[in-house]
Ligand binder design. Sequence first.
Ligand code: ATP
Length: 336
Amino acid sequence: MRILGIEGTAWAASAALCDTEADRIFIESDPYEPESGGIHPREAAEHMADAIPAVIDTVLQHAIETAPSATTGPAIDAVAFSRGPGLGPCLRIVGTAARSASKSLNVPLVGVNHMVAHLEVGRHFAGFDSPVCLNASGANAHLLGYHNGRYRVLGETMDTGVGNAIDKFTRHVGWSHPGGPKVERAAANGSFIDLPYVVKGMDFSFSGIMSAAKQAADDGEAIEDICFSLQEHIFGMLTEVTERALSLTGTDELVLGGGVGQNARLREMLATMCEARGAQFYAPEPRFLQDNAGMIALLGAKMLAAGDTMAIEDSAIDPNFRPDQVPVTWRDSEES
Ligand code: ATP
């Protein structure tokens, strides 16, 4: 099976070919890099409109070059695209590109939930059956666990996504986007200072810690100490709730998803926690953690195998598409 995946929920204009028989995923991405400030939805959409045709062309060219010898053209079986969650102006461009590719290639269309794709790419490469997933991305932060046909949200941020929270702090101190890698670098030389730590049951909040971190910077506290302490508090909160999710579900498999998952300190905390309780931990390689069309194509292949395709007239994008809205159709066909 060969699936063309298209991703464009925010900053990454990305296309991919997932070839299940060859067990290969080819990804072509073109990131939007704001000149100043954070991600501006209109500028991100302009970038998406410019970049999506080129990344799709590159992947189709690759598909033609790698097509089985008996076939002509790119030999694509379906087009999968991110329906949401994400920025509406970007999603609309991706939806239009996917519908037109599905029409012109005359193949089915598959609508993928971006956050479920973050989970499924980790589950696939880890070979796990039913893991808990911590999605730590720019615009989201939540724990997912499978129960009765859906990925349930076991706990989530009560305000901003984790990456967006970090990026708001780095904007305040004048650092360019994205802020996460810069905080990680500065934290290497920092020491601990007290910041708010807010976990309420299975949910958590980042707004208080961000205000306190900005205030500490305004008060002249060493930036390295603030960055170190931001990581210790935020990742400590995420690790605490993740451990509780493993305990509540009785699961001994954890996967990590999302761009913040590239952070070595977060991975270290999660790995230590899993080791202490005898659970297995898997974090995908960076190109599958940050936004990418490879995970969309991969989940698209699983959904196509389950017959989970959609008519063009039903393929409207959904900027607020929650993972627990998705009927998980593909797990039964994986098992059979
Ligand atoms: P979503 O998947 O919710 O749509 P997104 O589109 O914002 O998220 P991602 O690629 O998942 O994008 O994550 C981007 C975020 O990851 C940014 O906020 C960035 O600062 C953060 N990030 C990237 N590298 C690191 C790192 N090493 N440490 C911490 N954060 C990081």
